[in-house]
Design a protein around this ligand. Structure first.
Ligand code: AMP
Length: 417
C-alpha cells in the first residue's frame, strides 16, 4: 500500500511538471543540481528511483499491485447474436475486459455511454460487439465511427471484419491521405459501418457522397485525441447533421472541460464508465539510458538493437524528418527498420505497420501522432530516442509495450552534458 502511495506521488509530480511544460520547475532545478538535463528526465529518473527502492526493500520487484479483475458477465451471458458469440470465441476472447463488462450491457439496451478508457483496455470490442448485434437485429441500421487517425480507423475496421465474419454486412474506412474516389464508390453500397476521420467524413458529406440521415448510431473513439488534433469543428459539424434521437457511444482516455461540453451537447443521459485506474501499466519496466557527453546517441541505439532480446522495437522520435532519417540510418547499418509519420502516404504507413507486425522488420520508428492508438502485439521494447514533450505522450508511448499478458520494457534516452 505504501509503495502504491509513493508511486502515485511520483506520478502526480510528473504530471504537474509536464502539464506546466516546465523544463525548469522546482524538481527541474533540483535535478539540474544533480546533473540531470531537464524536468522530463527528473520525472523519469524519479520513476526509476522508485523501482530501485522497491527492489531494494522487497528483494525483487512486486509483479503487480492491481487487484485481479473478476468480470460480472461472460460473453455467453450477453443477449447477442449466436454467430457473433462464435466469432468472439474464435478470436480467443474468453472473458470481457472491465470496459466490455461494464459498457456492453448498457449499449445493448440502447443507452448512451461515455467510456473513460485508454487503448489497450479492449474499448474497441466494447462498442463493436453491441453495435454488430444491433445491425443484426435491426436491418438497415447504419453506424458511424469517428476516430482521430487513419491507422486507428483501419484497426477498428479489421476488428470489425473479425467479429462480423459470415454475418453478411460490411464496413468501410473513410480517411484522408487515401484516394477519395474508391471511398465514394464504396459509400454507394451503403455499408453498415462507416469508420473515418472527421476531416474526410466532412469532405464526403460536402460532396454529397455521405448522407447521415440513415445513421442512427455514432461512436466517437478517442474523442480527446480528436480534440487535440483540432477536429472539434468537424466533429460538431458531423454530429449536428445527425438526427437528434440517436444512439451515441463516446470514448476518451481523459476528461476535460471541452470533453464535458461535447458530452453535454451531444449525448442524452449517458451512463459514465471509467476504467482508468493507473498511470503507468505495471507490466512495463521503465529505465533511463544515459548517453555520456561526447557519445552519439545513434551509435548507442544501433549497438543496443543488435541484441536479440530487442525483437520488436518501437522507437519514438520528435519530428517527421528526424524519424525518416533515423529509420534510413538504421537500415544502412543492416538493422531492418521502417518508419511511420505524417509525411508518408496512408498506403506507405499501412505497409510499414504491416511489415513491423509480421516481423519482416524488427524496428519501427514513429512520431507520437502517427503511433496514436495503434495496437501492435508483442512489442518487446519502446525506446524514447527523443524525449516526449508531454507527460501524456510519455504514457501513450510506453503503453505500446507490455500489452495484454506480456511484459515490456521502456527505455528513455537522456543526453548527458
Ligand atoms: P483495444 O483497447 O480495443 O485497442 O484492444 C487492445 C487489445 O486487446 C486488442 O488486441 C484486442 O484484440 C485485445 N482484446 C480486447 N478485448 C479482449 C478480450 N476480452 N480478451 C482478449 N483480448 C482482448
Amino acid at each position: 500500500m505504501a509503495d502504491a502511495r509513493i508511486r502515485r506521488a511520483h506520478m502526480r509530480k510528473a504530471r504537474t511538471l509536464f502539464r506546466k511544460g516546465s523544463r525548469r520547475g522546482a524538481a527541474g532545478r533540483a535535478a539540474s543540481h544533480r546533473g540531470a538535463v531537464t524536468a522530463a528526465e527528473a520525472v523519469i529518473a524519479d520513476g526509476v528511483a522508485y523501482v530501485a527502492a522497491v527492489s531494494a526493500r522487497s528483494g525483487r520487484r512486486k509483479p503487480t499491485e492491481e487487484p485481479v479483475f473478476v468480470p460480472e458477465h461472460t460473453f455467453s451471458d450477453f443477449d447477442i447474436n449466436e454467430h457473433l458469440k462464435k466469432n468472439i470465441l474464435a478470436r480467443k476472447y474468453e472473458l470481457p475486459t472491465p470496459i466490455q463488462d461494464k459498457a456492453i450491457p448498457h449499449a445493448l439496451l440502447g443507452q448512451d455511454v461515455v467510456g473513460l478508457a485508454e487503448t489497450g483496455t479492449g474499448k474497441t470490442a466494447a462498442f463493436l460487439i453491441p453495435l454488430i448485434d444491433k445491425v443484426m437485429k435491426q436491418k438497415g441500421e447504419r453506424i458511424l465511427v469517428m476516430a482521430p487517425t487513419r491507422e486507428l480507423a483501419v484497426q477498428i475496421e479489421k476488428e470489425l471484419a473479425g467479429f462480423a465474419r459470415g454475418l453478411g454486412f460490411r464496413g468501410m474506412v473513410a480517411v484522408g491521405g487515401a484516394n477519395i474516389g474508391p471511398q465514394i464508390s464504396q459509400l454507394k453500397h451503403e455499408p453498415a459501418f462507416v469508420i473515418g476521420t472527421p476531416g474526410r467524413l466532412k469532405d464526403l458529406m460536402e460532396r454529397r457522397a455521405l448522407n447521415l440521415s440513415g445513421f442512427g448510431t455514432v461512436v466517437l473513439d478517442e474523442a480527446d485525441r480528436m480534440l487535440d488534433m483540432g477536429f472539434i469543428d468537424d466533429m460538431r459539424f458531423i454530429l449536428g447533421k445527425m438526427r437528434k434521437e440517436r444512439h451515441t457511444l463516446f470514448f476518451s482516455a481523459t476528461m476535460s472541460k471541452d470533453i464535458e461540453r461535447l458530452i453535454g451537447d451531444f449525448l442524452t443521459s449517458p451512463v459514465v464508465i471509467s476504467v482508468k485506474k493507473r498511470d503507468t501499466p505495471s507490466s512495463v519496466d521503465q529505465d533511463v539510458v544515459r548517453i555520456p557527453s561526447g557519445k552519439d546517441k545513434f551509435e548507442v541505439l544501433a549497438e543496443m538493437l543488435k541484441d536479440r532480446a530487442f525483437s520488436r522495437v518501437l522507437v519514438f522520435g520528435r519530428t517527421k524528418f528526424g524519424v525518416e532519417k533515423l529509420a534510413k540510418a538504421l537500415s544502412r547499418r543492416h538493422i531492418h527498420a521502417e518508419s511511420i509519420h505524417g509525411n508518408k502516404t496512408h498506403g506507405a504507413r499501412i505497409r510499414a505497420l504491416e511489415a513491423f507486425k509480421s516481423g519482416k522488420v524488427s524496428v519501427l520508428v514513429a512520431t507520437d501522432v502517427a503511433a496514436r492508438g495503434l495496437d501492435i502485439p508483442a512489442v518487446s521494447h519502446v525506446i524514447n530516442y527523443d524525449l516526449p514533450s508531454t507527460y501524456e505522450d510519455y504514457i501513450h508511448r510506453i503503453g505500446r509495450t507490455g500489452r495484454a499478458t506480456l511484459k515490456g520494457k521502456a527505455l528513455t534516452f537522456v543526453q548527458g552534458r
